[in-house]
Design a protein around this ligand. Structure first.
Ligand SMILES: O=C(O)CCC(=O)C(=O)O
Length: 284
Protein backbone atom coordinates (compact mmCIF):
# COMPACT_ATOMS: atom_id res chain seq x y z
CA UNK A 1 0.00 0.00 0.00
CA UNK A 2 1.50 3.33 -0.97
CA UNK A 3 2.21 5.87 1.78
CA UNK A 4 3.42 9.21 0.49
CA UNK A 5 5.14 12.03 2.36
CA UNK A 6 7.31 10.03 4.73
CA UNK A 7 9.71 12.95 4.80
CA UNK A 8 9.23 16.36 6.34
CA UNK A 9 9.52 19.47 4.15
CA UNK A 10 12.84 20.16 5.86
CA UNK A 11 14.18 16.70 5.00
CA UNK A 12 13.14 17.10 1.38
CA UNK A 13 14.81 20.51 1.26
CA UNK A 14 18.00 18.97 2.72
CA UNK A 15 18.04 16.38 -0.04
CA UNK A 16 17.62 18.99 -2.79
CA UNK A 17 20.26 21.25 -1.19
CA UNK A 18 22.93 18.69 -0.13
CA UNK A 19 22.22 15.89 -2.59
CA UNK A 20 21.80 13.31 0.15
CA UNK A 21 19.93 12.46 3.33
CA UNK A 22 20.77 10.23 6.28
CA UNK A 23 17.78 8.91 8.20
CA UNK A 24 18.83 7.24 11.46
CA UNK A 25 17.02 4.00 12.36
CA UNK A 26 14.48 4.49 9.61
CA UNK A 27 13.80 0.81 8.89
CA UNK A 28 12.12 -1.11 11.69
CA UNK A 29 13.29 -4.29 13.42
CA UNK A 30 10.74 -6.52 11.72
CA UNK A 31 12.03 -5.57 8.28
CA UNK A 32 15.64 -5.82 9.45
CA UNK A 33 15.19 -9.35 10.77
CA UNK A 34 13.62 -10.50 7.52
CA UNK A 35 16.26 -8.76 5.39
CA UNK A 36 19.11 -10.13 7.47
CA UNK A 37 17.73 -13.68 7.28
CA UNK A 38 17.81 -13.43 3.50
CA UNK A 39 21.28 -11.82 3.58
CA UNK A 40 22.60 -14.65 5.80
CA UNK A 41 21.34 -17.17 3.28
CA UNK A 42 23.23 -15.34 0.53
CA UNK A 43 26.47 -15.60 2.52
CA UNK A 44 25.90 -19.32 3.04
CA UNK A 45 25.17 -19.82 -0.68
CA UNK A 46 28.31 -17.91 -1.64
CA UNK A 47 30.48 -20.54 0.09
CA UNK A 48 29.96 -22.93 -2.82
CA UNK A 49 31.03 -20.31 -5.38
CA UNK A 50 34.71 -19.85 -6.24
CA UNK A 51 34.57 -17.17 -8.94
CA UNK A 52 32.56 -13.96 -9.29
CA UNK A 53 29.36 -14.72 -11.21
CA UNK A 54 26.04 -12.98 -11.97
CA UNK A 55 24.99 -13.17 -8.30
CA UNK A 56 28.09 -12.99 -6.18
CA UNK A 57 30.97 -10.52 -6.52
CA UNK A 58 33.78 -12.10 -4.49
CA UNK A 59 36.99 -10.78 -3.00
CA UNK A 60 40.11 -12.60 -4.23
CA UNK A 61 40.59 -14.41 -0.88
CA UNK A 62 36.99 -15.68 -0.67
CA UNK A 63 36.80 -19.36 0.35
CA UNK A 64 34.34 -22.02 1.51
CA UNK A 65 35.59 -21.67 5.09
CA UNK A 66 35.81 -17.88 5.08
CA UNK A 67 33.34 -16.31 2.67
CA UNK A 68 34.35 -12.78 1.64
CA UNK A 69 31.62 -11.21 -0.43
CA UNK A 70 31.97 -7.78 -1.95
CA UNK A 71 28.46 -7.71 -3.29
CA UNK A 72 25.29 -9.73 -3.75
CA UNK A 73 24.09 -8.64 -7.17
CA UNK A 74 20.36 -8.12 -7.90
CA UNK A 75 19.16 -9.00 -4.37
CA UNK A 76 15.62 -8.18 -5.58
CA UNK A 77 15.71 -11.39 -7.67
CA UNK A 78 17.51 -13.42 -5.02
CA UNK A 79 14.88 -13.32 -2.26
CA UNK A 80 11.31 -11.94 -2.35
CA UNK A 81 11.85 -9.91 0.82
CA UNK A 82 14.32 -7.66 -1.00
CA UNK A 83 11.82 -6.95 -3.76
CA UNK A 84 9.09 -6.40 -1.18
CA UNK A 85 11.23 -3.69 0.44
CA UNK A 86 12.15 -2.17 -2.93
CA UNK A 87 8.64 -2.16 -4.38
CA UNK A 88 6.08 -2.08 -1.57
CA UNK A 89 7.99 -0.97 1.48
CA UNK A 90 9.30 2.36 2.73
CA UNK A 91 11.97 2.65 0.01
CA UNK A 92 9.41 3.15 -2.76
CA UNK A 93 7.56 5.64 -0.55
CA UNK A 94 10.79 7.56 0.02
CA UNK A 95 11.54 7.57 -3.70
CA UNK A 96 8.04 8.92 -4.43
CA UNK A 97 8.51 11.59 -1.78
CA UNK A 98 11.61 12.86 -3.60
CA UNK A 99 10.90 12.06 -7.26
CA UNK A 100 7.14 12.57 -7.52
CA UNK A 101 4.24 10.13 -7.85
CA UNK A 102 5.54 8.06 -10.80
CA UNK A 103 8.61 6.04 -9.85
CA UNK A 104 10.58 3.40 -11.75
CA UNK A 105 12.96 0.81 -10.31
CA UNK A 106 16.42 0.65 -11.88
CA UNK A 107 18.61 -1.90 -10.04
CA UNK A 108 19.71 -3.22 -6.65
CA UNK A 109 22.81 -4.51 -4.86
CA UNK A 110 23.89 -5.54 -1.39
CA UNK A 111 27.41 -4.23 -0.82
CA UNK A 112 29.08 -6.22 1.95
CA UNK A 113 32.53 -4.73 2.10
CA UNK A 114 33.93 -7.58 4.16
CA UNK A 115 35.87 -7.17 7.42
CA UNK A 116 39.65 -6.80 7.61
CA UNK A 117 40.26 -4.86 4.39
CA UNK A 118 37.04 -5.23 2.36
CA UNK A 119 37.26 -3.16 -0.81
CA UNK A 120 37.36 0.61 -1.01
CA UNK A 121 34.87 2.31 -3.34
CA UNK A 122 36.70 5.22 -4.96
CA UNK A 123 35.03 8.61 -5.36
CA UNK A 124 32.52 8.54 -8.19
CA UNK A 125 29.07 9.63 -9.34
CA UNK A 126 26.44 7.03 -10.16
CA UNK A 127 24.85 8.51 -13.27
CA UNK A 128 27.89 7.98 -15.57
CA UNK A 129 27.47 4.22 -14.89
CA UNK A 130 23.80 4.22 -15.91
CA UNK A 131 22.89 7.45 -17.74
CA UNK A 132 19.26 8.48 -17.99
CA UNK A 133 17.50 11.11 -20.10
CA UNK A 134 17.41 13.37 -17.02
CA UNK A 135 18.87 13.53 -13.51
CA UNK A 136 15.83 12.67 -11.43
CA UNK A 137 17.53 9.49 -10.33
CA UNK A 138 18.63 8.46 -6.83
CA UNK A 139 19.81 5.54 -4.73
CA UNK A 140 18.42 4.52 -1.36
CA UNK A 141 20.36 2.29 1.01
CA UNK A 142 19.87 0.72 4.41
CA UNK A 143 22.56 -0.42 6.84
CA UNK A 144 21.86 -4.06 7.74
CA UNK A 145 24.18 -3.74 10.74
CA UNK A 146 25.59 -1.02 12.94
CA UNK A 147 28.26 0.87 10.92
CA UNK A 148 31.07 2.75 12.64
CA UNK A 149 33.90 4.79 11.17
CA UNK A 150 36.30 1.82 11.02
CA UNK A 151 33.96 -0.09 8.70
CA UNK A 152 34.27 1.99 5.51
CA UNK A 153 30.98 3.87 5.77
CA UNK A 154 29.77 5.56 2.60
CA UNK A 155 30.65 9.25 2.43
CA UNK A 156 28.87 11.83 0.27
CA UNK A 157 30.11 15.34 -0.55
CA UNK A 158 27.43 17.91 0.23
CA UNK A 159 26.31 19.98 -2.76
CA UNK A 160 28.40 17.97 -5.25
CA UNK A 161 25.22 16.99 -7.16
CA UNK A 162 25.03 20.61 -8.32
CA UNK A 163 28.52 20.44 -9.83
CA UNK A 164 29.72 18.94 -13.12
CA UNK A 165 29.54 15.35 -14.24
CA UNK A 166 33.13 14.20 -13.90
CA UNK A 167 35.07 12.04 -16.31
CA UNK A 168 35.10 8.38 -15.20
CA UNK A 169 37.59 7.28 -17.88
CA UNK A 170 41.36 7.16 -17.38
CA UNK A 171 43.67 9.49 -19.34
CA UNK A 172 44.03 6.79 -22.03
CA UNK A 173 40.29 6.61 -22.54
CA UNK A 174 39.69 3.34 -20.66
CA UNK A 175 36.65 3.10 -18.37
CA UNK A 176 37.76 3.10 -14.73
CA UNK A 177 34.57 4.00 -12.87
CA UNK A 178 36.08 6.62 -10.58
CA UNK A 179 37.06 10.28 -10.69
CA UNK A 180 40.65 11.11 -11.68
CA UNK A 181 43.02 12.61 -9.11
CA UNK A 182 43.31 15.87 -11.06
CA UNK A 183 39.56 16.42 -10.81
CA UNK A 184 39.49 15.27 -7.19
CA UNK A 185 41.83 18.12 -6.26
CA UNK A 186 38.96 20.50 -7.01
CA UNK A 187 36.38 18.50 -5.05
CA UNK A 188 36.01 19.08 -1.32
CA UNK A 189 36.40 15.43 -0.32
CA UNK A 190 37.38 16.57 3.18
CA UNK A 191 33.82 17.82 3.61
CA UNK A 192 32.27 14.42 2.95
CA UNK A 193 29.64 13.30 5.45
CA UNK A 194 29.80 9.61 6.39
CA UNK A 195 26.77 7.46 7.11
CA UNK A 196 27.85 5.85 10.33
CA UNK A 197 25.08 4.83 12.65
CA UNK A 198 22.70 2.21 13.93
CA UNK A 199 21.35 -0.72 12.04
CA UNK A 200 18.33 0.43 10.02
CA UNK A 201 19.85 3.81 9.14
CA UNK A 202 18.88 4.85 5.64
CA UNK A 203 20.90 6.87 3.18
CA UNK A 204 19.51 8.53 0.03
CA UNK A 205 21.88 10.04 -2.51
CA UNK A 206 21.32 11.90 -5.77
CA UNK A 207 22.73 10.31 -8.94
CA UNK A 208 25.19 13.22 -9.46
CA UNK A 209 26.42 13.33 -5.83
CA UNK A 210 30.12 12.47 -5.49
CA UNK A 211 30.48 9.61 -3.02
CA UNK A 212 32.76 6.73 -2.05
CA UNK A 213 34.02 4.71 0.89
CA UNK A 214 37.27 3.52 2.47
CA UNK A 215 38.20 -0.14 3.03
CA UNK A 216 36.56 -1.86 5.99
CA UNK A 217 39.27 -2.06 8.65
CA UNK A 218 37.10 -3.64 11.30
CA UNK A 219 38.77 -7.00 12.11
CA UNK A 220 35.52 -8.93 12.46
CA UNK A 221 32.44 -7.25 11.04
CA UNK A 222 31.44 -6.88 7.38
CA UNK A 223 29.57 -3.69 6.44
CA UNK A 224 26.34 -4.72 4.70
CA UNK A 225 24.66 -1.84 2.85
CA UNK A 226 21.58 -2.74 0.80
CA UNK A 227 21.07 -0.29 -2.08
CA UNK A 228 18.26 0.22 -4.60
CA UNK A 229 18.26 2.80 -7.42
CA UNK A 230 15.12 4.51 -8.72
CA UNK A 231 14.24 7.19 -11.25
CA UNK A 232 11.28 9.41 -11.90
CA UNK A 233 9.30 7.20 -14.30
CA UNK A 234 9.74 9.76 -17.11
CA UNK A 235 13.53 9.64 -16.80
CA UNK A 236 14.53 6.78 -19.07
CA UNK A 237 17.75 4.76 -19.00
CA UNK A 238 19.81 5.43 -22.12
CA UNK A 239 21.93 2.27 -22.00
CA UNK A 240 20.87 -1.37 -21.61
CA UNK A 241 20.20 -2.32 -17.99
CA UNK A 242 23.32 -3.36 -16.09
CA UNK A 243 21.55 -6.36 -14.55
CA UNK A 244 19.53 -9.15 -16.06
CA UNK A 245 16.70 -8.71 -13.55
CA UNK A 246 13.03 -9.54 -13.93
CA UNK A 247 12.32 -6.17 -12.28
CA UNK A 248 14.28 -3.94 -14.66
CA UNK A 249 12.19 -0.84 -15.29
CA UNK A 250 9.31 -1.90 -13.05
CA UNK A 251 7.00 0.96 -12.14
CA UNK A 252 6.82 0.83 -8.33
CA UNK A 253 4.64 3.89 -7.82
CA UNK A 254 2.13 5.59 -10.11
CA UNK A 255 2.22 4.92 -13.83
CA UNK A 256 4.29 4.95 -16.99
CA UNK A 257 4.25 8.54 -18.30
CA UNK A 258 3.20 9.71 -21.75
CA UNK A 259 6.40 11.64 -22.46
CA UNK A 260 10.03 11.24 -21.43
CA UNK A 261 11.78 13.86 -19.34
CA UNK A 262 14.81 15.17 -21.25
CA UNK A 263 17.54 17.22 -19.58
CA UNK A 264 19.43 19.71 -21.74
CA UNK A 265 22.76 18.40 -20.39
CA UNK A 266 23.36 14.88 -21.75
CA UNK A 267 25.27 12.48 -19.55
CA UNK A 268 28.49 10.97 -21.01
CA UNK A 269 28.11 7.25 -21.71
CA UNK A 270 29.99 4.34 -20.13
CA UNK A 271 31.29 1.61 -22.46
CA UNK A 272 28.54 -0.50 -24.03
CA UNK A 273 29.80 -3.63 -22.30
CA UNK A 274 30.86 -2.61 -18.81
CA UNK A 275 32.10 -4.58 -15.83
CA UNK A 276 29.69 -6.53 -13.69
CA UNK A 277 30.10 -4.19 -10.71
CA UNK A 278 31.82 -1.00 -9.63
CA UNK A 279 34.28 -3.12 -7.64
CA UNK A 280 35.45 -4.87 -10.80
CA UNK A 281 35.60 -1.59 -12.78
CA UNK A 282 37.74 0.09 -10.15
CA UNK A 283 40.33 -2.71 -9.87
CA UNK A 284 42.69 -1.35 -12.48
O1 LIG B 1 29.14 0.57 -0.77
C1 LIG B 1 29.58 1.72 -0.77
O2 LIG B 1 30.22 2.19 0.17
C2 LIG B 1 29.35 2.64 -1.92
C3 LIG B 1 28.50 2.03 -2.94
C4 LIG B 1 28.48 2.73 -4.23
O3 LIG B 1 28.78 3.89 -4.32
C5 LIG B 1 28.05 2.00 -5.42
O4 LIG B 1 27.85 0.79 -5.35
O5 LIG B 1 27.92 2.66 -6.48
Amino acid sequence: MSRLNLLSTKQRATFYCDGFLFLPRFINDEWLTRLNNAADRAIEDSRSVSKTNDWFDLESDHSVEKPRLRRLMKPQDYDPVFWELASQGPFADLAADLLGPNVKFHHGKLNYKWSDGGAEVKWHQDIPFWPHTSYNVLTIGVALDHIDETMGPMGVIPGSHKGPIYNHYDPDGRWQGFINDDDLDAIATGKARYNTGSIGTVTVHHCRAVHGSQPNLNPIKPRPLLLFAYSKAASLPIMPYNQDSQYNGAIVRGKHPKFPEMDMEPCPLPPLKGQRSIFESQQI
